[in-house]
Design a protein around this ligand. Structure first.
Ligand code: DSN
Length: 499
């Protein structure tokens, strides 16, 4: 019996393409051990091809980026940092990490880049560790009267731990669009620090820089942190720098959501955090369009502290993922990528306008970045209901709390949508009109479901079947004009790998 690769080579003839060949070879090799995993990969391709991806934090990385991860770089331990490892034989991991880090520095104009963090949450922990290590003055061993930390008494150690751990962090409140790791009370960040979150203005939904300044002067945080998971506007980092300088804080920015807009030179000057912050963290897989992972950029005086991220905070770096970060960072330093980043914002603004033309209420009245928050209570729905109805019709989005949300963080009153994914597929401002129209159609055609007692249930929906059918048809029509990874022949992959 011939193998999938042999079948592909025979079928493709002269129309053979490298990406498809690599995919078939990869899946064939995987399926020799775990056919169900090969099938999952193909099913995920089908899933992603058949849904409009409006999750603001997701994207589609290139096949070059994906393929850079499928190799033996995963086999090497390399705790430490380049040329300073806890294992022998790291010369090639050093080369990979150095390439990725130098590419990040070039792309963002940063003094130093650290590309090991496995996720945005990890990157934030490393940043906290580095800032604490650099800024919190600790007694010397001599002052403590010991030759090594191991000799410390329990009491002395507790004293050191308290000095390190009683610092103040001031980040955007989770309920106003901040991230869990920015000092949310249930997150480890709020156990490490005394957390003093700032909010957004209740009427406008915007950051109020004067109010933040007043609060910062009262709190005097060690770290003033900005960045978000759900805020549809630009942030003035120059203003944040002034506030940090005035209150004596280290300025940290988590640019995970909008890193691609910084890389793509859409956010420049006072809107470019790298120019103003001491430490900047980011994921690599959102607008930046790289592999799942993260990085840190910092001013040179933080370099030695950030470099201790592994092993002080992180486990061993993922060599194969750092390789993929290098590929994606190179891709982001091209005119094609800069055009993409600019189109992400154009599309978001077109989508926001079309949504508002349909009567939807958008938080802050629009967007200046890649995302927007829609109040779905005007349709009589919770965010969770809207998310479920949209998903049934082939649209993926997520329920998201609006600032000071009466429905709380689980059911929510809003949905968050964004344009990074659709823009990667090549959709334009005209397509955004159709996307808004589909969202409106679905939400209008959805009613809250009922509990057994006949009361409206916050999590249940009743979706009009005619609306569902129409919306699905329109989603598929849009997606058929913008196929994800057109090099990959889904039907062939299904035939060979999904039994
Ligand atoms: N999960 C990311 C987001 O969706 O914004 C943040 O961690």
């Amino acid at each position: 019996m011939s193998t999938p690769l042999e079948n592909y080579l025979k079928e493709a003839g002269s129309s053979l393409n490298a990406a498809m060949t690599a995919y078939v070879a990869n899946l064939q090799t995987v399926s020799q051990v775990a056919p169900e995993i090969a099938a999952d990969v193909v099913n995920e391709l089908e899933n992603q091809r058949s849904h409009l991806k409006l999750v603001a934090s997701e994207n589609y990385c290139s096949l070059s980026t994906q393929l850079a991860m499928g190799n033996l770089l995963t086999d090497k331990y390399a705790e430490g940092f380049p040329e300073h490892r806890y294992y022998g034989g790291c010369v090639n991991i050093d080369a990979v990490e150095n390439t990725a880090a130098r590419e990040a520095e070039k792309l963002f104009g940063a003094d130093y880049a650290y590309v090991q963090p496995h996720s945005g949450a990890d990157a934030n922990l490393v940043a906290y560790w580095a800032i604490l290590s650099k800024t919190v003055e600790m007694p010397t061993l001599e002052e403590l009267g010991v030759k090594s930390l191991a000799e410390l008494s329990g009491e002395q150690f507790d004293m050191l731990r308290k000095r390190f751990g009683n610092q103040r962090l001031m980040g955007l409140d989770y309920s106003c669009g901040g991230h869990l790791t920015h000092g949310y009370k249930m997150n480890v960040s709020a156990r490490m620090f005394e957390s003093h979150p700032y909010g957004v203005d209740e009427k406008t939904g915007l950051l109020d820089y004067d109010a933040i300044e007043k609060q910062a002067m009262e709190v005097k945080p060690l770290i003033l942190l900005t960045g978000f998971s759900a805020y549809p506007r630009k942030i003035n980092f120059k203003r944040f720098r002034q506030i940090a300088d005035k209150c004596g804080a280290v300025l940290m920015v988590d640019m995970a959501h909008f890193a691609g807009l910084v890389a793509g030179k859409v956010f420049t000057g006072e809107y470019n955090p790298v120019e103003w912050a001491d430490v900047v963290t980011s994921t690599t897989h959102k607008t930046l369009r790289g592999p799942r992972g993260a990085l840190i950029l910092c001013k040179k005086e933080f370099t030695d502290y950030v470099n201790k991220g592994c092993p002080m905070v992180l486990g061993g770096p993922l060599g194969h993922v750092m390789a993929a970060k290098a590929v994606a960072l190179k891709e982001a330093n091209t005119q094609a990528y800069r055009d993409y980043a600019s189109n992400v914002v154009k599309n978001a603004q077109a989508l926001a306008k079309s949504c508002m033309d349909k009567g939807m209420i958008l938080q802050t009245g629009g967007t200046e970045n890649h995302l927007m928050l829609i109040d779905v209570t005007t349709y009589g729905l919770t965010g969770k209901q809207a998310e479920a109805a949209l998903f049934k019709c082939g649209v993926t989005a997520n329920a998201n709390a609006l600032p000071y949300d009466k429905n709380g963080a689980w059911w929510t009153s809003g949905i968050r949508i964004g344009t990074p994914g659709l823009t990667t597929l090549g959709m334009n401002e005209k397509d955004m009109e159709e996307v808004a129209s589909i969202i409106d159609l679905v939400l209008k055609g959805t009613k809250p479901g009922l509990t057994k007692e006949g009361k409206p249930a916050k999590g249940k929906i009743e979706l009009d079947p005619a609306v569902e059918a129409d919306a699905k048809k329109r989603v598929q029509s849009l997606l058929s004009k913008h196929v994800l990874y057109p090099e990959l022949d889904l039907q062939f992959l299904k035939k060979e790998f999904v039994k």
